[in-house]
Design a binder for this molecule. Structure first.
Ligand code: ZN
Ligand code: ZN
Length: 250
């Protein structure tokens, strides 16, 4: 269709063994790269609050072998690993790999406290999850990064869920600080969010190989981070697409 060519296939929400993902960063790059379809992926491992009860329980279960989050002490090493893999991804697959993190709050609700999960793309400095959502968003702006409000509404596919509706519940005050909202996350579509005409994106929230097949974003722009960032913010030539496993289709 003239005017609709060519789109970039993108996934801006991917976890690795730097936090609670099942694959190493290298394995993730090879998994996406080997499809021959992906143009842009962002690595967005969790930065957790100091007292994250879920991570604490997880560390006990795995006898401390898994990290669950990137810490301030190893944030530089994390960014270095992404830089190194980004170079390889570009050379080997022509794929753009963007550094990022998911600033993650998992307070068990009860005191009416709702959480936010905020992806910060292309940041240079660690951002603490132990601060208010508006402070996290301002820090991303200060670092000239791009923010994504992750799964801003209830995910019907999760049996147990820590509410991450804070940004959506406070959208009137915070919309000016949020660059893009997830309208789809893995298998969930947040239809209510489409009632507001915010900039949208669709991501896999990748933690294990089967999550490759999930909602993704198509962007019409040049394959460079400045162009992708501008296209996300501008949000005109954007499409949500379900990336499926063609080999197992009936
Ligand atoms: Zn999340
Ligand atoms: Zn995530």
């Amino acid at each position: 269709m003239p005017g609709y060519e060519p789109f970039l296939l993108c996934d801006f929400h991917v976890h690795t063994t730097w936090s609670d993902g099942a694959l190493t960063l290298r394995e993730v790059v090879d998994l996406y790269g080997a499809t021959g379809k992906f143009d842009v992926i962002a690595i967005t491992d969790h930065i957790l609050m100091k007292k994250d009860l879920i991570a604490r329980a997880g560390r006990i279960v795995t006898l401390g072998r898994r990290a669950f989050g990137v810490r301030e002490e190893n944030f530089e090493a994390y960014l270095d690993d992404i830089r190194k893999e980004a170079e390889r991804a570009k050379a080997q697959y022509g794929m753009l790999v963007i550094p990022g993190a998911e600033i993650t709050q998992n307070r068990i609700s009860g005191k009416g406290k709702k959480n936010s999960h905020i992806i910060a793309l292309d940041i240079q400095e660690y951002i603490s999850a132990d601060q208010a959502a508006d402070e996290i968003l301002r820090d991303i702006r200060r670092q000239n990064g791009l923010s994504i409000a992750c799964h801003p509404h209830h995910r019907t596919t999760r049996r147990i869920e820590v509410s991450t509706c804070y940004l959506w519940d406070h959208r009137e005050e915070l919309a000016g600080l949020v660059d893009v909202w997830e309208a789809a996350n893995r298998d969930d579509l947040f239809s209510v969010t489409s009632l507001k005409h915010y900039p949208y994106v669709a991501n896999s929230d990748f933690h294990k190989p089967k999550h490759l097949y999930s909602w993704k974003t198509l962007l019409r722009c040049e394959k460079s981070w400045p162009a992708v960032k501008e296209a996300l913010r501008h949000n005109v030539d954007v499409a949500l697409t379900l990336f499926r496993d063609g080999s197992s289709a009936a």
